[in-house]
Design a protein around this ligand. Structure first.
Ligand code: PMP
Length: 305
């Protein structure tokens, strides 16, 4: 394995240990920044264009001008990925992230003041396959914390910003109940919403439902899963899904860039369905593997051996 990863920071490519931002950066000071993360499958990048378009939407919502085109961002992303791939084992893959902050605060200016140059970072980070491998054998426990997902009226969950406090609070509550659990936040109406980094789907009588798009980040893997369900001719809808629906579901699974499709074993400690990985989840996982060109379950479970 070769040496250290590199990152792009404001026009320069530097070893990761030397990549840094100023203590005056508004991304650091105020969470005034957006990001997006894709990953590789078999060392090939997944849906970069869709991820960059979502980044573009997050930037527009935040009114941050990255001062580069999406094409330039795409070229830089591929350059950083190619430089970092030699650090990735053959069977492994890696996360690839762009971050744009509003830039430095201005001395003597009020809170609105920012330098006229954003901070742009592109970096790669290892996916924790080993740590998560057991979820693909046993399923993932999920817990609903007391803290609710930030509503669109306060801060749109559709933008991927550097402010994850709401989701971190949720995870801390969930992990205090079960150190292995992921939080699944409810929205302000008490419907299932999303987790810290994942979207949720419930299956009942062969039909799949997922929370409405106004209340969640538009996950790229969420959309890929919706498309696969349509291709497989499985009923699929966006809906208000409440806690009763979760307790009585046949199957529940979560989706994310790195998790792809991960089965859920328990909901607030109650077993989901008959236990084990349900047939709809299994079909979708296989279809997802076909889509990305590697066996997504095997990539995790080989760590259990
Ligand atoms: N919701 C939130 C809050 C997230 O941070 C993520 C991860 N980007 C997701 C959902 C899943 O999105 P994706 O499928 O694009 O990884």
């Amino acid at each position: 394995m070769t040496s250290e990863r590199v990152a792009y920071v404001n026009g320069e490519i530097v070893p990761e240990s030397q990549a840094s931002v100023s203590i005056s950066d508004r991304g650091f000071l105020l969470g005034d920044a957006v990001f997006d993360t894709t990953r590789t499958f078999g060392h090939k990048i997944f849906r970069l264009q869709e991820h960059l378009e979502r980044l573009h939407d997050s930037l527009r919502w935040m009114r941050i001008d990255p001062q580069m085109t999406l094409n330039e961002m795409s070229g830089l992303t591929m350059d950083i990925l190619e430089r970092n791939l030699p650090t990735v084992d053959e069977g492994d893959d890696i996360w690839v992230t762009q971050r744009v902050t509003r830039g430095l605060r201005l001395a003597g200016a009020d809170i609105q003041g920012a330098a006229d140059r954003p901070t742009v970072i592109i970096e790669c980070f290892p996916i924790p396959f080993q740590e998560r491998a057991h979820y693909y054998r046993d399923g993932m426990p999920i817990v609903t914390p007391s803290v609710r997902r930030t509503p669109p009226e306060a801060m749109s969950p559709r933008a991927k910003t550097h402010n994850y406090i709401n989701l971190i609070q949720a995870d801390m509550e969930a992990r205090a109940q079960n150190p292995d659990a992921y939080a699944l936040l409810l929205d302000m109406n008490g419907n299932l919403c999303e987790g810290n980094g994942s979207n949720i789907f419930v299956v009942k009588d062969g039909a799949i439902r997922t929370p409405r798009s106004q209340y969640v980040l538009g996950g790229i893997s969420r959309q890929a899963t919706i498309d696969l369900a349509h291709e497989l001719d499985v009923s699929m809808s966006e809906d208000d899904i409440d806690v009763f629906d979760a307790y009585t579901a046949d199957e529940i699974f979560v989706t994310s860039t790195s998790l792809c499709i991960c089965p859920v074993s328990t909901f607030n400690g109650a077993p989901v369905g008959d236990g084990g990985i349900g047939p709809v989840t299994d079909r979708l996982q296989k279809a997802y593997s076909g889509l990305v060109g590697i066996d997504i379950v095997e990539q995790y479970t080989r760590w259990l051996e």
